[in-house]
Design a protein around this ligand. Sequence first.
Ligand SMILES: *[C@@H]1O[C@H](CO)[C@@H](O)[C@H](O)[C@H]1NC(C)=O
Ligand SMILES: *[C@@H]1O[C@H](CO)[C@@H](O)[C@H](O)[C@H]1NC(C)=O
Ligand SMILES: *[C@@H]1O[C@H](CO)[C@@H](O)[C@H](O)[C@H]1NC(C)=O
Ligand SMILES: *[C@@H]1O[C@H](CO)[C@@H](O)[C@H](O)[C@H]1NC(C)=O
Ligand SMILES: *[C@@H]1O[C@H](CO)[C@@H](O)[C@H](O)[C@H]1NC(C)=O
Ligand SMILES: *[C@@H]1O[C@H](CO)[C@@H](O)[C@H](O)[C@H]1NC(C)=O
Ligand SMILES: *[C@@H]1O[C@H](CO)[C@@H](O)[C@H](O)[C@H]1NC(C)=O
Length: 795
Amino acid sequence: MGGPVLNIFILCYVLCSNFQLFAANELTANYSHKNLPRVPNSLPSLTTVLDLSYNEISVLLTSDFSSLSKLKVLNISHNNIAELDTEVLKFNNDLEYLDLSRNSLRNISGTFPKGLRHLDLSFNSFRNLSVCKEFGNMLQLEFLGLSAEVIKKSDLKEIGTLQLHTLVLPVENLLDYEPGSLQMLNTEKLHIVLPMGNNYYAFMHTDPYVIMYDAFRTSTSLELSNIFFFISHPNFWRSLSGIVDKHSILSTLTLNNVGLLWTDLVAGFQAVWQSSVEYFIVSELFLLPVIDKIQFNYSNTLMKAFTVKHVHIEIFEFDQNDVYSLFSEMMIPNMTISDANIVYMLCPSKNSDFIHLDFSDNELTDDIFQGCGTLLSLEILVLQRNKLYRLSKVGTMTAQMTSLRNLDVSQNPVQYKDGEGCYWSESIVSLNLSSAEVDESVFECLPVNVETLDLHNNQILTLPAGITKLKVLKELNLASNRLTNILDCSYFPSLAVLNVEMNAIETPSSDFLQKCMNVRAINAGNNPFQCDCDIRDFISREKQSAGDITGWPESYRCQYPESVNGILLKDFYLAEISCNTIILLVVIFITIVAVVISVLCLCKFLDLPWYFKMMWQWTKTKHRTNATNRNPPELHKSFIYHAFISYSQHDASWVKYYLIPNLEKEDGSIRICQHERNFVPGRSIIENIINCIEKSYKSIFVLSPNFIQSEWCHYELYFAHHRLFTENSDSLILILLEPIPQYLIPSKYYKLKALMAKRTYLEWPKEKSKHGLFWANLRAAININLFSPEEICIA
Ligand SMILES: *[C@@H]1O[C@H](CO)[C@@H](O)[C@H](O)[C@H]1NC(C)=O
Ligand SMILES: *[C@@H]1O[C@H](CO)[C@@H](O)[C@H](O)[C@H]1NC(C)=O
Ligand SMILES: *[C@@H]1O[C@H](CO)[C@@H](O)[C@H](O)[C@H]1NC(C)=O
Ligand SMILES: *[C@@H]1O[C@H](CO)[C@@H](O)[C@H](O)[C@H]1NC(C)=O
Ligand SMILES: *[C@@H]1O[C@H](CO)[C@@H](O)[C@H](O)[C@H]1NC(C)=O
Ligand SMILES: *[C@@H]1O[C@H](CO)[C@@H](O)[C@H](O)[C@H]1NC(C)=O
Ligand SMILES: *[C@@H]1O[C@H](CO)[C@@H](O)[C@H](O)[C@H]1NC(C)=O
């Protein structure tokens, strides 16, 4: 069941580990170092880059690449291919880059795809270069790598029509060279790789002088790698002056991987010095023991830049001045001596032409160029990665360098101690003091006219008060220090670019906005921002003037409080109200007012107090009747009715259709006494009424203006005679059917006035919704267990 899925998974695991998808249209398949005996099949047809280098492939077949119509880069170097029929590439018309170097190719048949820019056939076993006859029409070709045992003019004639950028020619198997062959080529740069180890003996048999003579005359740029064998040819470098001269087209000479005796080396320098060469680069130089002072003729040179880098010196004793003086006296604009372990450099003995000196990656100390007054033209001095310790010494070094503009002393253990004294050349406009060990005291010792100041990766905590203003400082880099706030820019009135990323800034202070008005680009990313009210000024600054905050928004994230850790500042939102006390107070006030108003509205429109009153009364009554019902029934023995109802004839319909139906339950457990209904003939109305009242647990009066005018007179009299009843007004229930203005109540009805004043009546609500509660209340007031009339008879 899961078989195919699993297989696809495994297949994908095996294949995908060799693929990398870059852009949507770039698929790289890397099979380098896989011991493959042949080209893997089932390569994705969209593959654009295929690396098959360092394998054991000996044969290429048409089927290997026929499906890869998008292939641009094919690297098959370091394999065992001996023969190649270019037919195998006939379907790869997009191919631009083909590396077949370091195989065992002896012959190639057919032609390569026309669009190739880079074709490397170097370090193979070609007998001759007849293969080049096929390249004449490859007009896109920029890079060509070749190698052969026999080099002849006729073989190279065809490619002489091509405008090459670089031609690489290893000569390790060269047995026979026809003079003038290289000069057939048309290339900007020629790179000749000389043999190493045992192969150079074979090379010696071909007169190296002849091939060198041609090499120096072929291109404007020449690189020679592996120059060791000339040790046995001491005269070679001395005779070099006969090879290169002022009229050669060669202007850039690079020597790579060089091991020579000092005398031979200096002889070589001398020959190059007075030739057409303008840029001379020596890299990976192995100096051999025995160094003597050698006279050097500095005159008559076209040299502009001299570079020595990566010098390896075996430990032996020599007078260092013999070496350093050779360089310090050179009258050229540009000199670089880097990664050469030099511990010192001499001050030129007379006014020097040096404009640009680069001594990076050495062992130079604070003594360098102290009191040196001959570097008057020097504009750029690079002393990166040396052993400079004291900033005050670095300052005095520049004292007489009146043209110095750029000084790079980065990556030195430089420190500044308070009160050390400080002097800088006023011409300095750019100082790189990054990755040093200075703290904030450095601000007391800086060149006054500096415009660009790089202090990143130091120990600066803050900007000390009272430092001298740097009036023209435009660009200040304080990244990777220990700042807790953005600077007070008032010391730097011209500051336009400020970098304070990766510091300890939690809350960028808000007054920097005013003080750093002129700063048009600020980078404050990757700081541990504290996301609270204070940070909103900073965020709103970005929103106002979009674009001047570098790295926004990705590099700006909240670190504290924990709840917002990792959130982008851009997405951090804190409502205005939680930060502004006035607004907060206003809002609280408004809320209170609103609550009060809504409570009032509720009271007015829903009559809440009425409900509360009714509920209160209902609970009270319930409580009371429960208590009464628990008592022995003797108390109620005298009652036959639950209630007596008195009303005016005008209100009879309400009593008949509303009151009675709502009070009397169907089971007849509530009994009502009406004086009309329960009329005992022969008695007066008053007697009947009194009879009813006395046999009823409660007396209900339905009050209305009519009732007062027609009925109340009966009761006023009665109440006057029965003080007892007056005291126990608990048995009275007044229902106010209609409002009764006070003036309507005649003054003689003092009892009624008193009851009305006490407001101990139930008002008949007009709203239907309130009726339920009204009835419930009324029922609760009269609900009591009474003996039925039959039970009384039995008793
Ligand atoms: C393929 O992998 C090798 C390391 O095994 C690496 O050196 C090479 O650059 C890779 N090739 C490509 C085209 O990325
Ligand atoms: C093969 O050539 C490609 C293209 O330049 C390159 O990226 C890759 O690194 C080379 N492979 C190795 C192992 O150097
Ligand atoms: C390639 O070289 C081999 C011998 O090294 C030879 O037998 C063969 O005919 C050559 N092929 C071509 C096309 O020149
Ligand atoms: C060049 O080499 C090929 C084989 O690699 C050979 O067939 C041809 O004869 C050689 N040409 C000359 C002129 O030696
Ligand atoms: C230096 O070389 C120039 C010519 O290149 C020559 O005229 C001059 O005499 C030489 N000076 C010395 C001291 O050898
Ligand atoms: C000096 O060298 C530097 C760095 O290699 C280069 O940027 C500059 O253009 C050179 N100046 C001259 C005059 O060659
Ligand atoms: C200062 O030097 C460092 C290397 O030490 C370099 O990365 C940085 O770009 C330089 N700064 C300036 C402003 O050139």
